[in-house]
Design a protein around this ligand. Structure first.
Ligand SMILES: [Zn+2]
Ligand SMILES: [Zn+2]
Length: 257
C-alpha cells in the first residue's frame, strides 16, 4: 500500500492531494487519484502499465481529477492491458465527455477501459480483489445547500466508503465522511485495516470511535493543513493507541502479508 499523497482538498508543500495505491500480484489499484496522481506514480517508480483498476469515492475534485492524466500517461507508455474504473454513476457521462474534450476518446487510449457505476453490489476486479461500497453522508450538506439550484439537477450526492477484500486481508477505506466513523461502523471488523480521512472529523471524536470500533490498525490520511501532526500524535499516545494508529505521510509504504 502506497500513500503517495495524503492531503485533503488543500495540498501544501509537504503533503500533495490524496492518492493511494494498492499493489497486489504485480498489479496496481489506485484509490482516489487526485491532481498529482500520475506524477506521484512516476516519482514512486510505479509503472502506469500495471494499473488494473481505479476507484473513486465521490466527485469532489480532490478524489479524481488526476484520473485523466493517469489514463493519458498509460497510453503514452504503451499500456495494453485493461483498466476497470469504479466511478460514481453520476460522474460517468461527464467523465467520458471530458475525455473527449481532451482529445482522449477511450477508443484512442490503446487499451480497454471499462467504467462501472458504483452500486451496492460487491464488485470483483478479479478473484483476489473485491470492492464493496456503502453510501456515506459526506455530501448531505451539499444537498441542502443546492436545493432548487438549476445547476444541481444532475447531482445524486454519491459519496462512498469501501470494504476492500484483497486476498485474505480486509481494508476499509473512506475518502470523506459526513459526521464520523459511526457511519461506517458496519464495515469495520476486528480484522479490518482502516484508512480514514482526518480532514472533516474532530480528532478526539475519531480516536474515541476507534477505541469503540477497534479495527486492527488505522491509517489517518487526507490531512487538512490546520491539523497539527505532532499534537495528533500526542493525543494518540495519551489514549494508548500508538500501536494501532499511524499518521500517513506522503511516501509512506506499508506491506501486508
Ligand atoms: Zn476530500
Ligand atoms: Zn469531498
Amino acid at each position: 500500500m502506497f500513500f503517495l499523497g495524503t492531503a485533503s482538498g488543500l495540498p501544501v508543500q509537504d503533503r500533495f492531494s490524496q492518492t493511494i495505491v494498492l499493489e497486489l500480484n504485480g498489479e496496481l489499484h489506485i484509490i482516489d487519484p487526485a491532481d498529482a496522481a500520475s506524477s506521484l506514480l512516476a516519482r514512486a517508480r510505479l509503472d502506469h502499465r500495471k494499473i488494473r483498476s481505479v476507484v473513486v469515492s465521490h466527485m469532489h475534485a480532490d478524489h479524481h481529477v488526476g484520473l485523466i492524466q493517469v489514463l493519458k500517461t498509460a497510453m503514452h507508455l504503451g499500456k495494453q492491458t485493461s483498466i476497470q474504473i469504479l466511478f460514481p454513476s453520476e460522474g460517468i457521462e461527464p467523465l467520458t465527455t471530458f475525455l473527449n474534450a481532451c482529445y482522449l476518446p477511450i477508443e484512442w487510449l490503446g487499451y480497454p477501459v471499462d467504467i462501472h457505476g458504483i452500486t451496492a453490489e460487491p464488485h470483483a476486479v478479479n478473484e483476489h480483489l473485491v470492492f464493496e461500497a456503502q453510501l456515506n453522508k459526506h455530501l448531505n450538506p451539499y444537498r441542502a445547500r443546492a436545493a432548487g439550484e438549476p445547476f444541481s439537477r444532475a447531482w445524486r450526492y454519491q459519496s462512498y466508503s469501501f470494504a476492500i477484500t484483497a486476498k485474505n486481508r480486509r481494508f476499509v477505506y473512506t475518502g470523506n465522511l459526513g459526521k464520523g466513523l459511526q457511519e461506517i461502523a458496519g464495515l469495520i471488523s476486528e480484522d479490518s485495516v482502516l484508512i480514514t480521512e482526518a480532514a472533516h472529523l474532530k480528532v478526539d471524536d475519531i480516536l474515541a470511535e476507534l477505541e469503540t470500533l477497534q479495527p486492527c490498525h488505522t491509517y489517518l490520511t487526507h490531512f487538512h493543513p490546520s491539523l497539527r501532526a505532532a499534537e495528533l500524535q500526542e493525543a494518540i499516545v495519551r489514549r494508548g493507541l500508538s500501536e494501532r494508529v499511524t499518521l500517513a505521510y506522503d511516501g509512506l509504504v506499508c506491506e501486508f502479508d
